[in-house]
Design a protein around this ligand. Structure first.
Ligand SMILES: Nc1nc2c(c(=O)[nH]1)N[C@H]1C(S)=C(S)[C@@H](COP(=O)(O)OP(=O)(O)OC[C@H]3O[C@@H](n4cnc5c(N)ncnc54)[C@H](O)[C@@H]3O)O[C@H]1N2
Ligand code: MOO
Length: 403
C-alpha cells in the first residue's frame, strides 16, 4: 500500500510545465506566465492631471483663499489624448482634463471645484482660484507606479482579469505563457449508457466523463477529447494510441480494479503503475505513460472515488503542466458533528462548508454521486487519527469549481 504523498510524488515526477508559447492578451486568460511582464514605458508614461481643472504655476496662486481669490488668465485647453504643450506665462493657466498631459510650464492642477468657474468651466478668460493645496497637487507623476523596465507581473502568475489589465497597461499586446494542457477524458465500462437513454437491466447512466471534463476545465485544462470506451482491451489501446499524440494528459476512469473485465488494467497493466493507495475512497490508482505518450491516469470508476482522485492527483498534475507553483487548496475548519473514520487510510469525506464549520454531505459512500452534489469540499482525515468528534479541527480540501 502506498501513501497519498508517495503516489503524488510518482505523478508529479512525470509532469513538467508545458513549453512556453506566445499568446495575445485576449487569448491568455487563465494561463500562467512563463516570463515576467515588464513595463514598456514608465507608468504613468507622462505627467498628467488627476482632476478636471486648471493647470498653472503654484507660485501664482499660493496665497489664494475663499475670501481672497486669485485671478488667472486661461489661455489654452488640454484634453486627454492631446499632444499640445501650451506655453504659460506667469499668471496664466490652461484648462485641463483628467489624464491630459501637464503643460511643461505648469506644476499644479486646481480642480474646477476650487475655482469660481462652476459648471461653466471656461476654456478662455479670467477664472478666480479660491484655494491651491500645494505645489504638485493633483498631478500624477510619470513613473510613480512603475519605472520603464520594471517587472509588473512575475513568471508563475496566473492571468486573471486584473493581471491582464496590468499587462495591457504596461504596454504588452502578447505574453509568454504555458499553454493550457490539452486533456483527453475516457470513461470505460460496458454497463454505462448515455444519460437519458433507456436503461436495461445492469446498466447505469454515465456521469464520470462529464464530471472530469468540467473538473479539468475548471482547473485550467482544455478538454479536447471525451469518449465512452467499451471493455475491450485492444479497442481501448487503439483509441489511446490515436489520441495521445495530440494531448498533454489522458484521464481514464473505471476498469482499474482487479475484476475480470477491468479494461484499463488489461490494456495497460504492463506499462502503467497500478497501485493500492491508502486513501478512502480512491484506493485503486493507475498512472504512467504509454510508449512516448503523455502522462496518463487510470482513476477508479466509483464516481466519488473519481472526484476525490481528481482533487488529490489530477489537479496537482494539471497545475504542474500549467506552470503553477504553490497552489494551496486546503484550509482548516471545525467539525460541526462527528463521523466514523477508517484508521488505516486517509479519508476524504464530502462535506458541506458553512463558514468555518463542516458537516458530512450524505453518507460519503463512493457510489453516492447524487449526494456528492451537496458537497462543496472534502474533509481530509489522515490515517491513524480515528473518528472525528464534533468540535475537532479538520483539514478541508476545496472542491474544484467551488472557488
Ligand atoms: N474484489 C475487489 N473489488 C473491488 C475492490 C477491491 O479492492 N477488491 N475495490 C473497490 C473499489 S474501492 C473501487 S473504487 C472499485 C474500482 O474499480 P474500477 O476502477 O475497476 O471501477 P469499475 O469497476 O469500472 O466501476 C466501479 C463502479 O463505478 C461505476 N462507474 C464506473 N465508471 C463510471 C462512469 N463513467 N459513470 C458512472 N459510474 C461509473 C461502475 O458502474 C461501478 O459501479 O472497485 C471496487 N471493487
Ligand atoms: O476506494 Mo474505492 O475508490 O472506494 O471507491
Amino acid at each position: 500500500m502506498f501513501s497519498v504523498a508517495q503516489h503524488l510524488d510518482l505523478v508529479l515526477a512525470q509532469c513538467a510545465p508545458l513549453a512556453p508559447v506566445t499568446a495575445p492578451l485576449t487569448a491568455a486568460r487563465g494561463l500562467v506566465l512563463a516570463s515576467p511582464v515588464v513595463a514598456a514605458h514608465a507608468l504613468p508614461p507622462f505627467d498628467n492631471a488627476a482632476m478636471d481643472g486648471y493647470a498653472l504655476r503654484f507660485a501664482d496662486v499660493a496665497s489664494a483663499a475663499p475670501d481672497a481669490a486669485v485671478s488667472v488668465q486661461v489661455v489654452a485647453d488640454v484634453a486627454a489624448g492631446s499632444a499640445a504643450d501650451p506655453p504659460l506665462a506667469p499668471g496664466e493657466a490652461a484648462r485641463i482634463m483628467t489624464g491630459a498631459p501637464m503643460p511643461t510650464d505648469a506644476d499644479t492642477v486646481v480642480p474646477l471645484e476650487e475655482t469660481t468657474s462652476g459648471s461653466a468651466f471656461p476654456a478662455r478668460g479670467c477664472v478666480d482660484v479660491m484655494r491651491a493645496a500645494r505645489e504638485g497637487a493633483h498631478v500624477r507623476r510619470a513613473g510613480e507606479e512603475a519605472q520603464a523596465g520594471a517587472v509588473v507581473l512575475d513568471a508563475g502568475v496566473p492571468l486573471g482579469p486584473r493581471q491582464l489589465a496590468a499587462a495591457a497597461a504596461a504596454g504588452s499586446s502578447e505574453v509568454t505563457v504555458h499553454p493550457a494542457p490539452r486533456v483527453a477524458v475516457f470513461a470505460t465500462g460496458d454497463e454505462l449508457v448515455t444519460p437519458g437513454a433507456p436503461l436495461a437491466r445492469g446498466q447505469l447512466w454515465e456521469s464520470n466523463s462529464l464530471l472530469l471534463t468540467e473538473l479539468v476545465t475548471a482547473a485550467g485544462g482544455s478538454v479536447t477529447h471525451v469518449e465512452l470506451a467499451r471493455d475491450e482491451r485492444e479497442a481501448l489501446r487503439a483509441r489511446v494510441a490515436t489520441v495521445q499524440a495530440s494531448v498533454d494528459l489522458i484521464v481514464i476512469t473505471g476498469g482499474v480494479g482487479a475484476g475480470a473485465y477491468d479494461v484499463v488494467r488489461q490494456a495497460f497493466g504492463d506499462v502503467l503503475d497500478f497501485r493500492e493507495v491508502a486513501m478512502q475512497p480512491g484506493r485503486p490508482q493507475a498512472f504512467g505513460r504509454v510508449g512516448g505518450g503523455p502522462p496518463m491516469f487510470g482513476l477508479p470508476g466509483n464516481p466519488v472515488a473519481a472526484a476525490v482522485s481528481f482533487e488529490v492527483f489530477v489537479r496537482p498534475a494539471i497545475a504542474r503542466l500549467r506552470g503553477l507553483t504553490g497552489e494551496t487548496r486546503t484550509f482548516t475548519a471545525t467539525a460541526a458533528e462527528g463521523w466514523r473514520v477508517r484508521a488505516d487510510r486517509q479519508q476524504y469525506l464530502p462535506v458541506i462548508v458553512d463558514g468555518r464549520l463542516v458537516r458530512p454531505a450524505g453518507a460519503g459512500r463512493s457510489h453516492f454521486v447524487a449526494r456528492l452534489a451537496q458537497a462543496d469540499a472534502y474533509a481530509v482525515v489522515p490515517p491513524g487519527i480515528g473518528d472525528v468528534r464534533a468540535g475537532d479541527a479538520v483539514t478541508v480540501l476545496k472542491a474544484t469549481g467551488d472557488g
